[in-house]
Every structure is written in structure tokens, then in C-alpha cells.
Design a protein around this ligand. Structure first.
Ligand code: S3P
Length: 437
């Protein structure tokens, strides 16, 4: 993702509002992949039309799927259970999810494919997928043995039982998707439960998944084409996008912001517990029409003055993408907020620990970097008046824009184009809930 674009965010007052945010990025990407493997035409309603999803879609088209848009819905005609060899490299853009999950799928195909990505994705570790996929029988050749671009020789997979070395839904999903084509039953054991969209979709599509406490097992086809029915479902709003406004409300005393139709998978919504602990008023109403496994509904947060908290390893997987926002909360809270057990943040779209610390210090926040997190000594007054860089990381750019609703002086953010990766309408929504001072 380019680090282009620059926005000066003036201090602003927040006003009460009801928003609905674009579709969930994780669910949108998985939906594109499974629709591309299905037999017939699937309809993915309210899909996120963001950079990561479009990269995944292009890869699936290069593998034989076809697609057309119908307003906010994407109609995908699948490849009847088996992809065909791509003629060119698969460029996954900025998308770690796209690269890691598509690798799992293509590991099951008896052809060679090459994956590339943008500058940020090219620095992200891929050993975490190389290890299980090679145990299953695929062969991967990576730059410096660990980074993209890489070449994957798939086919002839054997089932494995794999205990995740880190709490990663991407690695879990990669192995389960490879397991779809393996010979036998592939199990993934997870130390801490993390988002389970892949498992929910497998179940919704009638794929042979067995779920037990901490373990999911998929029965593979032994390399034969899969039988995946076409589907028609709606993608809920992305909790990780809603989180920006929930935190904006929490740092603005007395202001209530609600977000409707937002996904509330328990592997995603850990921020709500943190907000409550820190003193914000949180209400959640689940839409009765939603499935118990993928609930969605309306969340409202009202700022009531914040107190510091501690977030540790057991909570991290369920709010992994919201940790930059937890740092924003900590910067505005009374007392010492500690984030620990979050070393995974160093291998996201940027090193989110180092960059958040640099950016928060630049705007006057007292923050100390730790190998696996940070310690923030918050204050009701945040200075601002500085230029910060997103380093092409969408969540960094948006988190700093949210903090700017509370600073004494403007924050200039370099690298705002990347926001389109996950939240193309971010600035429009910001306009809806702010009154410029
Ligand atoms: C994702 C899982 C998380 C998250 C990422 C999306 C997914 O990554 O940070 O934005 O769609 O499975 P890890 O599972 O590697 O932590």
C-alpha cells in the first residue's frame, strides 16, 4: 500500500450519531474465496469494497472465478471446487489475510503459483504458513526463507494435527483451507480461541468440520474437486471499523455514538470489555435475525471519563486489530494503562508497537515501549500539534485521526491513502459525527 496522502486533522468536537460501517474485511475476503470455489453463482451482500478484498478477488479471478458487481453486492461464479493454474503471479497487495489464506487453498492444488505483495506485505513473516503447509507436503520457496514473494508447489497433501505456535486466525484458517484438499482429517489446535469466521462458513456451507473445545478438524477430499454449494449471504459491518467511532465516543465525555449492523463475533469484540473496564458506558443489542455464531447488532458507547486498565495475552487475540485504539484510550485515561503479551503487533501492516509509541510521543503522550506492548501514562489533555506517519498502515492512520478529535492542536497525518484498504468511507463517517471547532 502506498504511503501517499496527507490529511491535517483539526481538533473537533464530536456529536451524537448513528453510523453503519462497511462490511467486515475478514468475512468479505473469506466469502470471496469460498464463492470462487463454489459451484454456480454466489451473492455476497454488503461486501467491503476495499483494497484487501479487491486484491483477493483479483487473485480468485486469475484462478478461474468470474465476478460482477450489483450495487454493494458482489456476484461470484465459482470454479466448481477446483482452481485452475494462474498464468501470472498473484499480487495480494497489502493483504496478509489474502496471502496466508489463499496459500492454504492453493497448497491443495497440484500446480505452482507465485505470491507477491506490496512493500508492507513483503516485510511480513510467512514462516508461520510455510511450516504447516510443508508438513502437509507442499513446498514453498521464500525470499530469505521467510518473506514474500514466494513460490508454492501444491498438491498431494496429507492431513496433519497442528498446534498453533501463536494465536493467529490467519494461520488457523490457512491450515483448515489446505485441509479441505488433504488426504484424511486435518486438525488445528488453538491455545487461545481467536476469530472463527472460517469455521462458521465451513459449517454454513455443509463442509465436513468437527468443532471441539480448542480444536477444529476438517475432513479432506484427498485432492479431488470440492463440493461447495453457491450461497447468498450478507456481510455484517466490520467491528474493527466500528471500533474507531466507539473509541472516539469513549474519549469525548457525554457523547454517545451508535453503530448498527455491526458484526459481534466474540473473537472480535474484546474491545467492548476494555471500554467498560475503563469507565465508558456500553450497550449492545443483538439483532434477533443474526446467527448465534456470527451475531450482529447495534453497539452504543457513551464517554464517561476514562480510567487506566491492563490488557494481557489472554485478551489480545480478541482485540488484536484494536490495540492501536486501546493505546489511544490509554493516552486519554487517568492512570497507567499497560498493554502486554501483544508482540504480534510488531508484525502487522507496520510494527504497531514502535510506530504507535513514536506517534503518541510526537503528540505529547507519556508512553514507554516494551518488547510485547507499551505502558501509557494518560492525561485528560493531549497536546497534538505534530506531524505523524502511518507508514502505510491503515489502522495507524485512522487511530491517529481519532486521537485528533481530543487534542489541543491539529495532527497532520502522512500516509492516509492506505485507509482505503479497509475503510474507504472513513472520512465521510468522521464528518457525520464531528462539529469542527
Ligand atoms: C485476520 C486475523 C488477524 C487480524 C487480521 C485479519 C483474519 O491476524 O489481525 O487483520 O482475517 O483472519 P492474525 O490472525 O494473524 O492475528
Amino acid at each position: 500500500m502506498s504511503s501517499g496522502g496527507r490529511v491535517r486533522v483539526e481538533p473537533s468536537r464530536l456529536k451524537e450519531g448513528l453510523l453503519s460501517v462497511p462490511g467486515d474485511k475478514s468475512i468479505s475476503q473469506r466469502s470471496v474465496m469460498l464463492a470462487s470455489l463454489a459451484s454456480g453463482e454466489s451473492r455476497i451482500q454488503s461486501i467491503l469494497r476495499g483494497g484487501d478484498v479487491l486484491s483477493t478477488l483479483s487473485a480468485c479471478q486469475a484462478l478461474g472465478a468470474s465476478a460482477r458487481w450489483e450495487n454493494d453486492n458482489l456476484l461470484v461464479t465459482g470454479t466448481s471446487g477446483m482452481f485452475r493454474k494462474p498464468l501470472n503471479d498473484l499480487d495480494m497487495g497489502n493483504s496478509g489475510t489474502g496471502m496466508r489464506l489463499m496459500s492454504g487453498l492453493l497448497a491443495g492444488h497440484a500446480f505452482t503459483s507465485t505470491f507477491t505483495g506490496d512493500a508492507s506485505l513483503s516485510k511480513r513473516p510467512m514462516t508461520r504458513i510455510l511450516v504447516p503447509l510443508e508438513l502437509m507436503g507442499a513446498r514453498l520457496t521464500m525470499r530469505e526463507d521467510k518473506y514474500p514473494p514466494f513460490t508454492l508447489h501444491g498438491g498431494g497433501l496429507s492431513a496433519i494435527s497442528y498446534e498453533l505456535p501463536m494465536a493467529s486466525a490467519q494461520v488457523k484458517s490457512c491450515v483448515l483451507l489446505a485441509g479441505l484438499f488433504a488426504d484424511g482429517d486435518t486438525s488445528v489446535v488453538e491455545p487461545i480461541r481467536c476469530r472463527d469466521h472460517t469455521e462458521n462458513m465451513f459449517e454454513a456451507l455443509g463442509l465436513p468440520l468437527l468443532r471441539e473445545e480448542g480444536r477444529s478438524t476438517i475432513s479432506g477430499s484427498g485432492g479431488a474437486a470440492l463440493s461447495v454449494p453457491a450461497f447468498d449471504w450478507k456481510v455484517p459491518g466490520d467491528f474493527s471499523s466500528a471500533a474507531f467511532w466507539l473509541v472516539a465516543a469513549a474519549i469525548s465525555d457525554g457523547v454517545c455514538i451508535s453503530v448498527s449492523d455491526v458484526g459481534l463475533n466474540s473473537g472480535r469484540s474484546g474491545l467492548l470489555g476494555v471500554l467498560e473496564r475503563m469507565g465508558a458506558e456500553v450497550t449492545v443489542s443483538i439483532d434477533p435475525a443474526s446467527a448465534p455464531t456470527e451475531p450482529y447488532g447495534t453497539v452504543s458507547v457513551t464517554g464517561r471519563g476514562l480510567i487506566a486498565t491492563e490488557v494481557g495475552a489472554d485478551e489480545v487475540p480478541n482485540l488484536i486489530d484494536e490495540l492501536p485504539l486501546v493505546a489511544v484510550l490509554g493516552a486519554c485515561a487517568e492512570g497507567e494503562t499497560v498493554i502486554k503479551g501483544a508482540a504480534e503487533l510488531r508484525v502487522k501492516e507496520s510494527d504497531r508497537i514502535a510506530l504507535m509509541v513514536t506517534n503518541l510521543r510526537a503528540v505529547g503522550v507519556d508512553v514507554e515501549e516494551r518488547p510485547d506492548g507499551m505502558v501509557l501514562r494518560g492525561s485528560t489533555e493531549v497536546q497534538g500539534g505534530a506531524t505523524v506517519s502511518s507508514q502505510g498502515d491503515h489502522r495507524m492512520a485512522m487511530s491517529m485521526a481519532i486521537l485528533a478529535t481530543r487534542t489541543n492542536a491539529a495532527i497532520e497525518i502522512e500516509g492516509t491513502d492506505c485507509i482505503a484498504t479497509s475503510y474507504p468511507t472513513f472520512w465521510d463517517d468522521r464528518q457525520r459525527v464531528t462539529v469542527n471547532a
